[in-house]
Design a protein around this ligand. Structure first.
Ligand SMILES: [Mg+2]
Length: 264
């Protein structure tokens, strides 16, 4: 893969740009080289809790100069996903206050958790206050025919020190098991968020490269849409089913590739 031919670089966030609230080494150097070479940048995350403004603020706190329009989260895409699939809907949602606000801003009517009102669509984001009561409410709504949309299906959230927290996907699986209904997914590896990303960048899929740590969500998902891929892999890890265009174990390796290609 010749990095000189690529107009846009798309970076995953969790486990790629940062782990929890720790910026990974070499990120800023790579971004500086890309910026100097006139490449477009987008941070593309399955984050179901925060929008671009909140995530850009986090990036700035970590020392990365990012504008809100340079970050696109699955939470931000959820409202338009539901609108495109089902029109303006009565939505029963669990997740962060930001996700609920974004759904309302996209024209949907939020159905209260505590009432018995039947929604048209159930939407799930990561919910650190998930309870058995919520599980029952969501599963029953699905049992009565509501459509099921999950912002992402990531089983784990990467945090510092190699640790993880149960992710949105873990909660989604509980609801899917209880209801017998499988969700549609807004985020990676499904195509909706990738399409939104290349649309925002104003490039063709083949002009963009996805850089991420998840072989399934980032690499396989991006390849299906025709994007090029760079896998940030644990040292020694081998890609099996999916074949990234380039595998690196640290951003310093990407610098070497960029340096070789941008110096002339
Ligand atoms: Mg990741």
């Amino acid at each position: 893969m010749d990095l000189r031919t690529l107009a846009a670089f798309i970076f995953d966030l969790d486990g790629c740009v940062y782990a929890g609230s720790t910026l990974l080494p070499g990120v800023n150097e790579v971004l500086r080289v890309l910026g100097a070479a006139g490449r477009r940048i987008l941070f593309l995350t399955n984050n179901s809790r925060e929008d671009g403004a909140e995530l850009a603020a986090k990036l700035r706190r970590l020392g990365v100069a990012a504008d809100r329009h340079e970050v696109l989260s699955a939470a931000e895409a959820a409202g338009s996903f539901v609108a495109q699939r089902f029109g303006a809907s009565r939505v029963l949602a669990v997740g962060s206050p930001t996700l609920l606000r974004l759904l309302a801003e996209a024209g949907h009517t939020l159905v209260p958790l505590d009432a018995g009102d039947q929604p048209q669509v159930v939407v799930m984001g990561h919910d650190a206050e998930f309870t058995y009561r919520k599980l029952a409410r969501l599963a029953r709504a699905l049992g009565k025919g509501a459509a099921f949309v999950a912002v992402n299906r990531d089983p784990q959230l990467v945090i510092e020190g190699g640790e993880f927290l149960p992710g949105c996907g873990a909660l989604v699986e509980a609801v899917a098991a209880a209801s017998g209904v499988r969700p549609e997914i807004v985020g990676k590896p499904q195509p909706y968020l990738f399409r939104a990303a290349v649309a925002r960048l104003g490039v063709k899929p083949g002009e963009a490269v996805m850089v991420g740590d998840s072989l399934l969500a980032d690499i396989q998902g991006a390849q299906r849409l025709g994007l090029r891929t760079i896998w940030l892999a644990p040292p020694g890890a081998q890609a099996d089913v999916v074949r990234p265009d380039l595998t690196i174990s640290a951003f310093a390796e990407l610098m070497a590739h960029l340096g070789a290609h941008t110096a002339r």
